[in-house]
Write a protein that binds this ligand. Structure first.
Ligand SMILES: *[C@@H]1O[C@H](CO)[C@@H](O)[C@H](O)[C@H]1NC(C)=O
Ligand SMILES: *[C@@H]1O[C@H](CO)[C@@H](O)[C@H](O)[C@H]1NC(C)=O
Ligand SMILES: *[C@@H]1O[C@H](CO)[C@@H](O)[C@H](O)[C@H]1NC(C)=O
Ligand SMILES: *[C@@H]1O[C@H](CO)[C@@H](O)[C@H](O)[C@H]1NC(C)=O
Ligand SMILES: *[C@@H]1O[C@H](CO)[C@@H](O)[C@H](O)[C@H]1NC(C)=O
Ligand SMILES: *[C@@H]1O[C@H](CO)[C@@H](O)[C@H](O)[C@H]1NC(C)=O
Length: 363
């Protein structure tokens, strides 16, 4: 008798909570009379790290049940989902993990149940910041259910990011030998330290060859490390003599970075994945106006595109204090006075790619 009363109370609580959740997440749901939400958490938003148990765990879950769990990783991370206990009627009761913030996100896995050949629970990583997990049981046979751990992690090197490289093919690189060293650095040194992939570290490329001209590779054009290396080396074919490109403008690098980050174009952003732009700078601004325009675009990259700008200064004679103002915040600009020594910057660049908001960063 007491048990029955408890069940009814939980049932009512669960329904009111999920009704609210339906509005928040805006997903259609047919509520039938005798199933769903029994023993589900009344607040089904989960953050960062924790454990979620099936209804009444470690006791048996009820028949005809359905629960929804909405999970968010820490900013800049993805979710690792694993199970310390998994005991379901495998034909008919099941857990589904969606890779994203809603039920129409891509299905990562369905463990058990109709149409699934996965019967044992493994460890899963989302490719975005969010996951939706559902649990469903049918009318027959109840078991002890599951205990699921979720954790905010980066599971690729240097971390899960969308990275847009603004490669400098302007005449102010100085010599073709310098340009070759820049290309060698990006193709053979820097990007090989990343796990490139459409669901890992997503890379886009912009080769700036003139004040008003660039060649752009979308993430789909360079889906693997080998593709990135090959296409960056291929830039030498596009620019056989960098000194023939005679403009020395700084602003165009930032303007093209800003334009390229427009997600309606080449940059197909992933939900909840942080965006980073790396701009390779080889000269100071021509004049105050050039610097001001560069600053304007650098600012909009942060405020409008919500991306983090890392500046890599190459070669001698750069005004480091002034150029650093174009980076995302203090500590996001790096300089190598010699083109032979660009590789020494890799640890700092990768650290900046993965670091969170700098305390000195503006709003
Ligand atoms: C969550 O777990 C990760 C990985 O174990 C850890 O680095 C992080 O500090 C944790 N976050 C919180 C808020 O506990
Ligand atoms: C399970 O099903 C998927 C998709 O239908 C298939 O790609 C995979 O090979 C199957 N795995 C096993 C172990 O049968
Ligand atoms: C990536 O590289 C592989 C192997 O060289 C190649 O087959 C594939 O076409 C490349 N993909 C693109 C999009 O260029
Ligand atoms: C760039 O170089 C070309 C060929 O050397 C020359 O005709 C042109 O006037 C130059 N343009 C500028 C803006 O210096
Ligand atoms: C550049 O910006 C500074 C500070 O906003 C301003 O004082 C200066 O007049 C600007 N110069 C040019 C040439 O636009
Ligand atoms: C190269 O970089 C390292 C580390 O920053 C530095 O110690 C070294 O002096 C640099 N060498 C040259 C030739 O610039």
């Amino acid at each position: 008798m007491a048990n029955q009363l408890l069940l009814v109370a939980v049932f009512v609580l669960g329904v009111s909570a999920i009704t609210k959740k339906t509005l928040v997440h805006n997903h259609a749901k047919t509520i039938t009379s005798n199933d769903d939400y029994i023993g589900c958490p009344s607040n089904n938003d989960f953050y960062y790290n924790g454990t979620i148990n099936s209804p009444f765990y470690p006791y048996n879950y009820p028949p005809n049940d359905k629960c929804y769990y909405y999970i968010s990783a820490e900013p800049g991370k993805v979710l690792k989902i694993s199970f310390s206990h998994f005991d379901l009627e495998s034909c008919c009761d099941f857990v589904t993990i969606y890779d994203g913030p809603a039920l129409n996100s891509k299905k990562l896995v369905q463990i058990g149940g109709p149409g699934s050949n996965v019967t044992t629970a493994g460890t899963y990583y989302t490719t975005t910041r969010n996951a939706v997990v559902t649990f469903e049981s049918n009318p027959t046979i109840q078991k002890s259910g599951f205990s699921m751990q979720y954790e905010s992690v980066n599971n690729v090197s240097p971390c899960n990011r969308d990275i847009f490289l603004i490669v400098n093919g302007l005449a102010n690189v100085g010599t073709q030998a310098n340009f070759q060293k820049e290309i060698d650095f990006i193709a053979n040194k820097l990007t090989p330290t990343w796990n490139v992939g459409l669901t890992k570290v997503r890379v886009m490329l912009n080769l700036q060859s003139d004040i008003d001209y660039a060649i752009i590779w979308s993430a789909e054009d360079v889906p693997t490390n080998a593709n990135v290396t090959q296409e960056v080396l291929h830039m030498l074919d596009y620019i056989p003599d960098v000194t023939q490109d005679n403009n020395t403008d700084l602003e165009c690098l930032f303007r093209y970075a800003y334009d390229g980050l427009d997600d309606s174009k080449e940059f197909d952003e992933r939900y909840g994945i942080e965006q980073v732009v790396i701009v390779f700078v080889a000269a100071n601004a021509n004049d105050d106006q050039d610097f001001n325009e560069s600053f304007e675009f650098a600012h909009k990259i942060r405020t409008e595109r919500d991306a983090k700008l890392i500046l890599v200064g190459m070669g001698p004679g750069l005004d480091q204090a002034r150029l650093s103002k174009l980076a995302y915040a203090s500590g996001y600009a790096f300089f190598s006075p010699s083109y032979d020594n660009l590789s020494s910057l890799i640890p700092q660049i990768n650290n900046a790619i993965c670091s969170g908001l700098n305390s000195q960063c503006g709003p």
